[in-house]
Write a protein that binds this ligand. Structure first.
Ligand SMILES: [Zn+2]
Length: 257
């Protein structure tokens, strides 16, 4: 009756949309890990999710040994709602026409967001100097204070984007491909203490130097035990942690009113 997918083994299944690929990056809050956890459950098989900015191949499913999968996904899937994740899980198990269509629909709904990206990425000059904080200075200072030689790492204030819910905001990120730390422009204001910006920069800088762990099944973990140990070496770690919590809560309550 139903065709089994198992004979389609090592050949990757891909959905092509555009004619070129962009840079792959990794973010700090690790949406890949979250996706991984959801998909593991839905597919009921070990899955290794890799998020990319690759627009030419939005989804690539590769069946590995031990009935596990490697799934390369465009970053937009990090924002997929549960129904889409369920459809994605079905697509991974069986990439038939119906499941393929569900994926196509989701991608179509997010087309605009995908299209915005590359131009910005390529042409954008680094915004090192903010209104209040000079990120170049802060990066140098943090590197010296904690003796982290990372000459290749660059830094920039992120782009202000229109109406985005605070929920989706990342205060900092590290793009491994570009070796670029981005700090959210929300932090470029006097109400945000300098040590907190230093802390965000320090955290992202650690991503450049502390290796990721690969757990069984190939899952990626960036906030490893070693990472957390080193993060706590930040001089005002507790204060920074407390500030972040307050800051986020405040933004949340303002949103609700
Ligand atoms: Zn992080």
């Amino acid at each position: 009756m139903r065709r089994k997918i198992s004979d389609a083994t090592s050949r990757p299944i891909q959905l092509f949309l555009f004619g070129e690929s962009a840079l792959a990056g990794r973010s700090c809050t690790d949406p890949a890990e979250r996706l991984n956890a959801s998909l593991d459950q839905l597919v009921r098989a070990p899955i290794r999710v890799i998020l990319t900015d690759n627009r030419s191949s939005m989804i690539t499913v590769k069946r590995l040994q031990n009935r596990s999968f490697q799934v390369r996904l465009h970053r937009i899937f990090a924002q997929a709602e549960p129904a889409t994740l369920a459809a994605l899980a079905r697509f991974i198990r069986r990439p038939d026409r119906k499941n393929r269509k569900a994926m196509g629909d989701f991608i179509a709904r997010h087309l605009e967001r995908i299209r915005e990206k590359p131009a910005r990425k390529r042409a954008l000059p680094l915004a090192v100097r903010g209104k209040v904080y000079h990120l170049g200075e802060i990066l140098e200072q943090v590197k010296q204070a904690y003796q982290i030689p990372a000459p290749e790492v660059r830094i920039s204030w992120g782009q202000r984007r229109g109406k985005r819910k605070f929920r989706a905001i990342r205060l900092g990120s590290f793009d491994e491909e570009q070796k670029l730390i981005r700090v959210h422009p929300l932090l470029d204001r006097k109400q945000v203490p300098r040590f907190f910006v230093e802390y965000i920069v320090y955290h992202e800088l650690l991503h450049a130097v502390v290796p990721e762990a690969r757990a069984a099944g190939g899952r990626r973990a960036s906030h490893t035990r070693e990472f957390k140990r080193r993060e706590k070496l930040f001089a005002r770690y507790r204060e920074a942690y407390a500030f972040e919590k307050r800051f986020v809560e405040e933004r949340w309550s303002r949103r609700g009113s």
